[in-house]
Design a protein around this ligand. Structure first.
Ligand code: ASP
Ligand code: MG
Length: 399
C-alpha cells in the first residue's frame, strides 16, 4: 500500500531526530508500506538561509533566493536517505526537480503545473523508500522555484494526489486545536475537521497546515492526517469531506492572524478608473487581499482592505510609480490582530455574529473591519486585546 509521510522542520531538526524517524520508516516498510517521505528543511534552516542572503545583498532577487532556499530541504532528504541506508533499508533521496515538480515561474510563491512521477513510481516499484525534498520545483525552462513558506505540506499532498494514496503530515503538535493552545491553554483538540473548515482555519492564521495543501487535498479527495511525529496510534486530526462529518456546534475553532494592516485609499473620485488603478497596484505587488470594503459618500469613494503588515509596507513603497496613483490618499493602520471564527455549523445556525459582538462589547473590546463567509466571521482588533478576546470567545462557544 502506498503512503506519503511528511515531516516538518522541527521534527527533523537534529541527526538524532532524523535517525528516530528513519527507524520508524524502516519498520513501516517491513510491514509492507510503499513510502514516499517528504521532508522540510532542518529546524530553522530556511530562516537562517534568508538571514545569510541579507548579509550579501539587502534585497536579493527572488530567483537566487529560491535557488538558495531549496538547498535546505535537499540537506534533509539526503541525510534521511543515508539514515535509512544505515538501517539496511533501501532508500533514495530526490530533489523537487528530480521528482518531477514542474511549476510556473512566480519565484518564492510558485504554483505546481504538473508532477511527472514516473521516476518516483519506478523507485517505489523497485522497493525503495523515496525521500522527496519539499517546497521546491523547477520551471519548464529550468529555473529552480519554491512554493511559498510552509510549502512542503503542498509537496506532500500533491504527490499523494498524484499517487492516489493517503497523506500523513507529522509535526511537533499532536493535533489541530480549536484555538491555539499557546493563547488559550484550555483549547480542545479536534479528531476530525472538514476540508472547508481546515482551509479557512489555515488561511485565517492556524499555522499547523499550509492552506494550499488543504485546498489540494480537498480538490483531489486526498485523505489527510495531521499528528505528532513518532506518536503511536492515530491520536491526531483527520481532515475529511464535509458530507461525512456532522458538527452540532456552530463554531469549530478560532484562528488568529497577527501583524495585519488595514490599508485605506480615501477621498477618491467615483469612477471606474480609480478602483482599477488600485487593483493594478495591488496585483503588481502580488498582494493577497483579505476583507475588501468600499464605501461611497457624497460622490467620494473610500476603498479599504486588510493584508499583512509586510505587504502594506511594500505597497506603500511602490505607490506613486504610475501617474494615476499620484493622487491617491493612503492611510494604513498597522499591527492589528485578525480573529476568525470558523465552523460549517454557521451556515445553519443563526445568531453567531450577535454572540460574537455581544461578547466583545461585554469585554469593552473595540473591533474594526468585519467580513463573513458561509462558514466564518472575521474581524480585526488591537493586538493588546488578543488574549482577552480569544479567551472570552473560546468560553462563549465552548472551544
Ligand atoms: N522550509 C520551508 C519553510 O520553512 C518549507 C516548509 O518547511 O514547509 O517555509
Ligand atoms: Mg509547516
Amino acid at each position: 500500500m502506498r503512503l506519503v509521510h511528511k515531516y516538518g522542520g522541527s521534527s527533523v531538526a537534529t541527526p538524532e531526530k532524523i535517525m528516530a524517524i528513519a527507524r520508524r520508516l524502516a519498520q513501516l516498510k517491513k510491514e509492507g508500506k510503499d513510502l514516499v517521505v517528504v521532508c522540510s528543511a532542518m529546524g530553522k534552516t530556511t530562516n537562517g538561509l534568508i538571514a545569510l542572503a541579507r548579509q550579501v545583498n539587502p534585497s536579493p532577487s527572488k530567483r537566487e533566493m529560491d535557488a538558495l532556499l531549496s538547498t535546505g530541504e535537499i540537506q534533509t532528504v539526503s541525510l534521511m536517505a543515508m539514515a535509512l541506508q544505515a538501517l539496511g533499508a533501501d532508500a533514495i533521496s530526490m530533489t523537487g526537480f528530480q521528482s518531477g515538480f514542474i511549476t510556473n515561474a512566480v519565484h518564492s510563491k510558485a504554483f505546481i503545473k504538473e508532477i511527472n512521477t514516473q521516476r518516483v513510481e519506478q523507485y517505489l516499484d523497485e522497493g525503495k523508500i523515496v525521500v522527496v525534498a519539499g517546497f521546491q520545483g523547477i520551471t519548464e525552462d529550468g529555473h529552480i522555484t519554491t512554493l511559498g513558506r510552509g510549502g512542503s505540506d503542498t509537496t506532500a499532498v500533491a504527490i499523494a494526489a498524484k499517487l492516489d494514496c493517503p497523506c500523513e503530515i507529522y509535526t511537533d503538535v499532536d493535533a489541530v486545536y480549536r484555538v491555539d493552545p499557546r493563547i488559550y491553554p484550555n483549547a480542545k483538540p479536534l479528531s476530525r475537521i472538514s476540508y472547508e473548515e481546515m482551509m479557512e482555519m489555515a488561511a485565517l492564521g492556524a499555522g499547523v497546515l499550509e492552506t494550499r495543501s488543504v485546498e489540494l487535498a480537498k480538490k483531489y479527495g486526498v485523505e489527510l492526517y495531521l499528528g505528532r511525529t513518532l506518536e503511536e496510534g492515530k491520536k491526531g486530526t483527520t481532515v475529511m469531506s464535509q458530507q461525512v462529518f456532522f458538527e452540532e456546534m456552530p463554531v469549530t475553532g478560532i484562528s488568529i492572524k497577527e501583524h495585519c494592516a488595514i490599508v485605506t485609499f480615501r477621498h477618491m473620485d467615483y469612477n471606474a478608473g480609480t478602483a482599477a488603478s488600485i487593483f493594478r497596484l495591488i496585483s503588481r505587488n502580488n498582494i493577497n487581499l483579505d476583507m475588501i470594503n468600499q464605501t461611497i459618500l457624497d460622490g467620494k469613494v473610500a476603498f479599504s482592505f486588510s493584508c499583512s503588515d509586510e505587504q502594506a509596507a511594500e505597497l506603500e513603497e511602490a505607490l506613486g510609480r504610475e501617474p494615476e496613483e499620484k493622487a491617491l490618499v493612503l492611510d494604513i493602520r498597522r499591527d492589528l490582530t485578525q480573529l476568525s471564527l470558523v465552523g460549517v455549523g454557521m451556515a445553519t445556525h443563526t445568531g453567531v455574529a450577535t454572540r460574537v459582538f455581544d461578547t466583545l462589547a461585554r469585554c469593552g473590546i473595540p473591533y474594526y473591519q468585519i467580513t463573513t463567509s458561509e462558514i466564518s466571521i472575521s474581524f480585526t482588533i488591537d493586538k493588546e486585546n488578543k488574549e482577552q478576546a480569544v479567551t472570552a470567545l473560546a468560553q462563549e462557544f465552548d472551544l
